[in-house]
Design a protein around this ligand. Structure first.
Ligand code: ZN
Length: 216
């Protein structure tokens, strides 16, 4: 079986909250953690290995951990503030990071229009301290009422868009959730079959060893 590509998701850190959102009750960290958990399921269904950064880790620790684990892609998940609307993405200025950010951006703007585009995010630690391809998403503005309506009503689709862009970057087909139940069942049965084959081989080897000992 081919090696699984490893994705490190870094949703806005807890416990230091930005916000709350313009709705007064939702905080960036809670929202981004929820999105990351949804995206994790989407990516795992599509055959990726996924780690979601623990709440307690600083971004410096996360970057270090992702480097140590030799992840294939690092994705920071944020919502924006400061007066604006729509998605913007921040790449590390290398062709792979630019391509990965553009692919995710294209998926997000399908859901909600934006004129902000992808920008040079070399100054961001999660871009400049990660050895692997990095993607940095500011999904929409949590201090803009209309953006918040989008963030809250479309969160399932936002997570799927993040996953779809990631799939596209790796040239992997995105499996819709409906088909996912079956895909997971197939993957589970394949794993069982592999385990049974291994056990069968071990028993055969043991029989040969015993037969040879009898002959000796
Ligand atoms: Zn943030």
């Amino acid at each position: 079986m081919a090696d699984k590509k490893k994705i490190y998701l870094s949703p806005e850190r807890r416990p230091a909250p930005h916000g709350p959102f313009a709705d007064g009750v939702t905080f960036e960290h809670d929202y981004c953690v929820e999105i990351a958990e949804m995206e994790r399921k989407d990516l795992e269904r599509c055959g990726f290995e996924v780690i979601v950064a623990p709440d307690s880790m600083t971004i410096a620790q996360r970057a270090k951990e992702a480097n140590r684990l030799k992840m294939d892609l690092y994705q920071a998940i944020h919502t924006n503030a400061g007066g604006g609307t729509g998605t913007e993405m921040f790449y590390y200025p290398d062709p792979e990071s630019i391509r990965a950010n553009q692919l995710v951006y294209d998926e997000l703007v399908e859901l909600y229009p934006s004129k902000r585009g992808i920008k040079n995010g070399k100054a961001y630690l999660e871009n400049n301290s990660t050895d692997m391809v990095s993607v940095y998403a500011e999904i929409a503005f949590h201090d803009n009422k209309k953006d918040v309506e989008f963030l809250l009503s479309e969160k399932r689709q936002i997570a799927a868009a993040l996953a779809r862009g990631t799939c596209k970057y790796f040239g992997v087909a995105y499996l819709e959730e409906e088909a996912g139940g079956q895909a997971e069942e197939i993957a589970r049965l394949k794993e069982r079959l592999e385990a049974l084959k291994k056990e069968q081989q071990e028993i055969a080897d043991e029989l040969i060893r015993l037969a040879e000992r009898l002959k000796a």
